[in-house]
Ligand binder design. Structure first.
Ligand code: GLY
Length: 323
């Protein structure tokens, strides 16, 4: 980002009264090599796998897909893929999306049943069709045509949790406060300005069948643009969809914000719009084309820890709680 753009962005947020609370520098800078950034602790094996695939000659899209496959296939991760908590009918419905910042094109799937790795099906939508998002019965057919045979995605643990929920006469429904929002979101660069972003989730536990939230929607759960950077969101997707979080962050970076400034400003803007968003479960990550990263959580009750791989090392880091 050139200095003129950055000055313009800083002026615009200062005019909006937000400058005093925005730090001047990006949270992390980069040495020019590839960088992999992911949400939550299940992001750590994901960034490690992504870096391995990339260093073995895979593309950045391959790296992100294979990285996200790790938590998707892990039955212990109850918010993504196999073992993810089901909808109110006891069926696991998975959402995922991946975007290539060079082609400015994404592939996404929503409500996918019977396939452990929805990010791979999203990748097939990107590579094999001219569509962007597929859902419903057609998606099941598409997955079958691509060679996927339906598998049981409930594990003994997720089935037990669903039966306990169902048996509780006061059980939580989609009307009540959300739980279990641990979407895996990954943003990466090859170190040469190319950006890819992707995310995958089983969504809100006990959701109404057919619910579509932010994760499979381009610009909401994920976004990548080689002209500015990439972003991903985790948390209450019913809420965050209304703020088009990821594209908003990328556009702020395009206007000169650092990734950290853009993440924080997005969350502040949500609160400016609706003050009670201050207590919402929302967190975001971002990376610019120089591999600088940012991460912010709305509040300490939904404190995001994120995984960062760069310069051959990976680590877990704490995002900034904005409120
Ligand atoms: N952010 C994931 C979801 O709400 O489904």
């Amino acid at each position: 980002m050139d200095n003129v753009n950055r000055r313009d962005f800083m002026k615009s947020i200062a005019a909006a009264g937000a400058l005093a609370s925005v730090p001047a520098q990006a949270a992390e800078s980069n040495d020019g090599g590839p960088v992999f950034l992911a949400t939550w602790k299940h992001g750590l094996p994901a960034v490690n796998r992504a870096a391995e695939v990339f260093h073995q000659g895979g593309s950045l899209l391959d790296a992100i897909e294979k990285g996200i496959n790790i938590p998707e296939e892990d039955p212990e991760v109850t918010s993504v893929g196999y073992g993810g908590l089901p909808n109110s009918e006891g069926t696991v419905e998975l959402d995922a999306g991946i975007m290539d910042g060079t082609r400015h094109r994404a592939g996404a799937v929503t409500g996918l049943r019977g396939v452990k790795t929805p990010i791979s099906v999203a990748r097939l939508v990107l590579e094999k069709t001219s569509h962007t998002t597929i859902g419903g019965i057609g998606l099941q057919e598409f997955a079958r045509n691509m060679g996927y045979h339906p598998e049981q995605l409930l594990t003994p643990n997720s089935l037990k949790k669903w039966m306990e929920w169902k048996a509780d006469p006061h059980h939580q429904t989609f009307w009540l406060s959300p739980e279990n929002h641990d979407t895996i979101g990954v943003v990466a660069t090859d170190g040469k300005g190319h950006i890819v972003a992707g995310c995958s989730t089983s969504g809100l536990a006990w959701k109404i069948p057919g619910r579509v939230a932010d994760s499979p929607l381009v610009g909401c759960g994920f976004y990548a643009d080689d002209r500015a950077g990439g972003a991903s969101a985790t948390g209450d997707g019913d809420l965050m969809t209304n703020y088009c979080t990821s594209v908003s962050i990328v556009h702020m970076m395009g206007r000169g914000a650092s990734p950290q400034e853009a993440c924080e400003e997005l969350l502040r803007d949500m609160v400016k719009a609706i003050p009670k968003n201050k207590v919402a479960a929302c967190a975001v990550i971002a990376m610019n084309t120089r591999g600088e990263v940012g991460a912010a959580s709305m509040n300490p009750q939904f404190h995001l820890q994120y995984a960062l791989w760069k310069s051959g090392k990976s680590q877990m880091l704490d995002s900034k709680d904005v409120y």
